[in-house]
Design a protein around this ligand. Structure first.
Ligand code: UD1
Ligand code: MG
Length: 454
């Protein structure tokens, strides 16, 4: 059996170039903290991560770590070489392979890591690293090759000569390494003229010891790019968002004008659903099949069933069963639960309320903290007055009730099955099943006694 595969993910450092009070690796990127991308890529490639953190950020970062991630603390930022030494000392695995990754490379793909692993095995190399030809206007370490084309060392831009800075190939900073060899070799890294220990010097250490080094130069633009500034953060986010949309398209989701829509990595969409232009799909959102979302809708942590239509609306923490129609211009807030066939139209808001099967609420209404039965009609301008200034109260409306236009329902209140309210009623007392409540404040009368003139 092969030894367990590890990934050392470096995430200490000061991230000064972000000019932010938030640590760089906690900045969101396509719906996940930056650091999660490197960790998730390592896990997807079959490795167990050991993340190197500085003591100041440890507590904040522990919260976003995937289960099973080990933590090693680098107490003083002495450079990436020192950070790897900390990880080596914190792990007790002796043999096998380790990926050394940086916490600021969100576009690094699991398939690239697998490629590095395969390349190292194929060449019998101590180390395989990821490179790219991305021009010379960047801060990446430069790859120095000998006349035969073999990698000799990496020179950091800060220490490079003008000539070395023009070298066409850059270090993207992902490495697959023989762990037993690394345990021994890490002690041979020394501080350089900047006072830091650069992990990149590990290549020269390998070459000096006669160990082969392999490099995979990715042809994929943007793959494994480093994020040191907010400009690079935005560029990486664009790449990730394009990949997320393309994956969904290949799974059968149609996007109208894909560039105008942003979808988090955490969102799931079923086949034959259409996402129209200008949508934002965030968090734990799940969308069923044959549904149409947009144009211009925001869905956050929301579950949408099959065959729904959600047009120009904002849905947060809501659940829609199948065949629900929302919008345009509806707002669903946390705890809104719309059962099958519910229809909700212009300028409606629902919060912490269940609308049962077939209920319609088409215009200008607010339903909060409520349980609304099946086939209820909520007339235009109906408001549940759920808040008395101190507490929230619930409204219950029975099946087949008909709530007239402009009804105010002062909670706590129950409207019985099949009951009705007249237009403009201010209902302050429960209405029994089958009764009609009219007036301000409303009084209940038997429906049959009252003929509504039309
Ligand atoms: C590094 C590489 C560079 C490569 C680039 C790719 C080195 C010396 N340079 O440069 O060759 O082209 O990444 O993106 O490795 N960190 C620690 N402890 C430290 C210092 C840094 O954990 O003492 C962590 C940081 O949090 C970061 C990662 O290591 O996630 C890389 O550090 P960073 O300062 O971003 O290095 P780059 O200048 O980008
Ligand atoms: Mg970096």
């Amino acid at each position: 059996m092969s030894a367990p595969h590890l990934a050392f993910v470096l995430a200490a450092g000061q991230s000064k170039r972000m000019r932010s009070k938030t640590p760089k690796i906690l900045h969101p990127c396509a719906g996940k903290p930056l650091l999660r991308w490197s960790l998730d890529a390592a896990i997807a490639a079959g490795a167990r991560p050991v993340v190197v953190l500085s003591p100041e950020i440890e507590a904040a970062i522990r919260e976003i770590l995937p289960p099973g991630t080990a933590v090693a603390i680098q107490s003083t930022m002495r450079g990436t070489g020192d950070a790897v030494r900390v990880a080596v000392e914190a792990s007790d695995a002796r043999g096998g392979e380790v990926f050394v990754l940086y916490g600021d490379t969100p576009t690094l793909s699991p398939s690239t890591l697998e490629r590095l692993r395969a390349l190292r095995a194929e060449r019998g190399a101590a180390l395989a690293l990821l490179t790219a030809k991305v021009g010379t206007e960047n801060g990446y370490g430069r790859i120095v090759r000998d006349a035969a084309g073999d990698v000799q060392r990496i020179v950091e831009v800060r220490l490079a000569t003008a000539e070395e800075r023009q070298l066409p190939e850059s270090n993207l900073g992902a490495y697959a390494i023989d762990l037993a060899w690394l345990r021994d070799a890490i002690a041979r890294l020394a501080p350089n003229a900047t006072g830091e220990v650069f992990f990149t010097d590990i290549v020269a250490v390998a070459i000096a010891a006669g160990k082969p080094v392999a490099a995979f130069c990715t042809p994929d633009p943007g793959e494994g790019m480093g994020v040191n500034t907010r400009v690079e953060l935005a560029a990486a986010e664009m790449i990730l968002r394009r990949r997320i949309r393309e994956k969904l398209m290949l799974e059968g989701v149609t996007f109208h004008d894909p560039e105008s829509t942003q979808v988090d990595d955490t969102v799931r969409v079923a086949a034959d659903t259409v996402i129209e232009r200008g949508c934002v799909l965030e968090g734990a959102t799940v969308i069923g099949a044959d549904t149409r979302v947009g144009p211009y809708s925001i869905l956050r942590d929301t579950t949408v069933g099959a065959r729904c239509i959600v047009e120009a609306s904002v849905l947060e923490g809501a659940t829609l069963e199948d065949d629900v129609r929302i919008g345009p211009f509806s707002h669903l807030r946390p705890g809104a639960y719309l059962e099958q066939g519910v229809g909700m139209g212009n300028f409606g808001e629902v919060k912490a309320a269940r609308l049962r099967k077939g209920t319609k609420m088409h215009h200008f209404s607010y339903i909060g903290d409520a349980d609304v039965g099946e086939r209820v009609n909520i007339g235009a301008g109906t408001i549940t007055m759920n808040y008395d200034g101190a507490n929230k109260h619930r409204t219950t409306i029975g099946n087949d009730a008909f709530i007239g236009s402009d009804t105010l329902l002062r909670a706590p209140i129950t409207i019985g099955e099949g009951a009705m309210t007249g237009a403009g009623a201010v209902v302050t007392k429960d209405v029994a099943p089958g009764m009609l409540a009219v007036g301000v404040p409303a009084r209940s009368i038997k429906k049959a006694e009252k003929k509504i003139k039309t």
